[in-house]
Design a protein around this ligand. Structure first.
Ligand code: HEM
Ligand SMILES: *[C@@H]1O[C@H](CO)[C@@H](O)[C@H](O)[C@H]1NC(C)=O
Length: 570
């Protein structure tokens, strides 16, 4: 959940609770309304507010539909309050580009929730300012893959990862060596994680086969949830499990508890409405469950780190955890100018930033390593699961597109035995299907930046402390950029069509230096899962399939009641 840091789940807020709060807790009218004049002062329109809770009620059905409603009623640049906090909603590509990229220096952080505890606070999602920049730069090599060229790749592979690192550690670094060092990580990340993902795909297939054989309708989202969790366990926590067959595994159980406790606690609602009372209170009140759970994860990872440190280099499992452990002593440091940025258009980073990047602390502490391993749970688990579910729904309900994709898949497997990091790029139609899926249903459809000072963006004043929120859902369904936005048309993403569109009309992974660091890994996971499945089965709708699909959008955008379909062996 981009979660704890930017998205407020409203699931448990019955209207009656909110009403109760607003009716019974109004003895401080001055406090409760004075905060609500700040947007108006800079000319940003918003729905009428309720004392204390602001516009919370406006979003009680989730954010997806209500973003649209808000923008239609109050204009493309509008706002709202949740508790005392003000939000500015931006939905025009130019303005979004200005905030995410050109004025990044004024909008470096996501909003904070004030309540998240270790290990989540240490994760890159929540880190702020310089520390964020350090950690992002240390992690970038582990995730990056964009500029990988066959030549460099071959060379790096010959030398091997550890050797290359030693080499770089020995002498003074020339720029080429520095880059070489980065490529070493890339090689590891892509080559070494692919087999781990393939393993998880095999487990997924054997679980799906049961449904194919019996011909019963089932909720495929559950299977995808298990699949992504297996990948998380394997890649980030160094543990191999089949979570569908072993729901009682401690790790799996704790992951589920993690989501139940930390995110869906109704207490979060109270905190948002009354941060000034609740945050100090919650810091004092012991929270046994939460502490136990955090303790479990922290210990699991710390034990794993101790184990890895005892092992010889060649015995160690090559996974994301190991890459981070390597980064502890790494000499490679990637300045912000090398960040693997999703939307490259007009990236301009000032000289002063480069100078700063050199000075700061360059290693990850153990706590931070634990925090980063959490990224996969926080930012990677639900987004990827939902994206897979949406793609499946769209393929099942658009059989002609599925047919076209199947032809590509068959052609692919005539050439290759297994999908790998490099060969999945040979399927342009699969790319288009995934891109169009993420246009229609972007799982992370709202993300935020906090204005660090009063500033003016394209003539609009934005007060310090305002949370600027990108309305990706509105953007992706704007008929100005996407004719017939409710239709699934993968051809919107041919190279020619893409060139003709504003690059900021499409933002499933955000943009600028703070964009999704896991994009390549997420897309790789989705591609590999779909390839494995479609080699063996195809998706079909059944009477239980909900058409049109109902959505939930309190946190990420996902299917409200799962995705019921049938799969048929090919
Ligand atoms: C289909 C899957 C995914 C989608 C749609 C997605 C989308 C996003 C979006 C929209 C953001 C916010 C970008 C911004 O603020 O500009 C984000 C941030 C992030 N994502 Fe993803 N993501 C996905 C998968 C993953 C995976 C698999 C990982 C990691 C394993 C990951 C790690 C992160 C991290 C760490 C951030 C925060 C980066 C920072 O603050 O520097 N994501 N993601
Ligand atoms: C931040 O905002 C101020 C005031 O609008 C502006 O002068 C400055 O150029 C901005 N800085 C960055 C890095 O965008």
């Amino acid at each position: 959940r981009l979660l704890a840091c930017s998205i407020a789940p409203l699931r448990y807020l019955g209207p009656s609770l909110a009403l109760f709060l607003s009716l019974h807790l109004t003895p401080f009218p001055v406090y409760s309304t004075s905060a609500f004049s700040r947007l108006e002062k800079v000319g940003i329109r918003h729905p009428p507010t309720v004392p204390f809770i602001g516009n919370l009620l406006f979003f009680r059905q989730g954010f997806w539909e209500n973003h649209k409603k808000l923008i239609n009623e109050y204009g493309p640049l509008c706002g709202y309050y949740i508790g005392r906090r003000m939000y500015v909603v931006v939905s025009e590509p130019e303005m979004i580009q200005q905030i995410l990229v050109k004025d990044f220096g004024n909008f470096t952080n996501r909003m904070t929730l004030g309540l998240v505890s270790k290990p989540v606070v240490d994760s890159i999602l929540c880190l702020r300012d310089e520390r964020w920049k350090d950690v992002r730069s240390l992690l970038t090599p582990a995730f990056s893959a964009a500029k990988m060229k066959e030549g460099v790749l071959g060379r790096a592979r010959e030398k091997g990862h550890s050797e290359g690192r030693k080499e770089a550690q020995r002498g003074t670094k020339t720029p080429t060596q520095e880059i070489y060092c980065i490529f070493n990580y890339i090689v590891c990340a892509s080559f070494l994680m692919t087999p781990l993902i393939n393993q998880a795909c095999d487990v997924l297939l054997s679980n799906l086969k049961i449904y194919a054989d019996s011909g019963t309708a089932f909720d495929i989202q559950r299977c995808y949830g298990c699949f992504t969790l297996d990948v998380v366990a394997s890649v980030a926590f160094g543990t191999q499990v089949d979570s569908q067959k072993n729901p009682d595994n401690v790790f799996i159980k704790n992951c589920r508890r993690f989501f139940e406790f930390s995110v869906f606690r109704p207490i979060i609602m109270l905190t948002i409405a009354f941060p000034f009372i609740m945050i100090p209170l919650l810091r004092i009140l012991p929270n046994k469950n939460q502490d136990q759970l955090n303790g479990f994860f922290i210990n699991t990872i710390k034990n794993m780190i101790a184990l890895r440190d005892q092992q010889n280099a060649n015995e160690r499992r090559r996974d994301f955890l190991q890459l981070m452990l390597d980064a502890r002593s790494s000499v490679s440091y990637v300045g912000m100018e090398h960040f693997d940025i999703v939307n490259q258009a007009d990236v301009s980073i000032q000289e002063s930033d480069k100078a700063l990047a050199k000075k700061v602390q360059k290693t990850l502490t153990e706590d931070e390593i634990v925090g980063q391993a959490f990224i996969f749970l926080l930012a990677g688990y639900e987004t990827t699961t939902n994206a897979l579910s949406f793609a499946t729904y769209l393929l099942a309900t658009n059989p002609e597109c599925q047919e076209k994709l199947l032809q590509g898949v068959d052609k692919f497997f005539r050439k290759h035995d297994v999908p790998s990091y490099q060969n999945v790029h040979e399927l342009p139609y699969l790319d288009m299907v995934i891109a169009e899926t993420l246009r229609m249903y972007p799982p992370a459809f709202r993300f935020t930046r906090e204005a660090s000072k009063d500033c003016t963006v394209m003539g609009q004043r934005i007060p310090a402390g305002a949370i600027v929120e990108t309305a990706v859902g509105h953007l992706h369904h704007n008929p100005e950029f996407w004719p017939e936005p409710e239709k699934f048309i993968p051809e919107r993403f041919t190279t020619e069509a893409k060139q003709q569109r504003h690059p900021f009309a499409y933002l499933p992974f955000g943009a600028g230096p703070r964009s999704c660091i896991g994009m390549r890994l997420g897309v790789l996971e989705i591609k590999m899962a779909l390839l494995h499945i479609l080699q063996n089965f195809k998706f079909e709708t059944c009477p239980k399939t909900q058409i049109p699909l109902q959505l939930k959008s309190e946190a990420t955008l996902g299917p409200k009641n799962g995705v019921y379909i049938k799969i048929v062996s090919r």
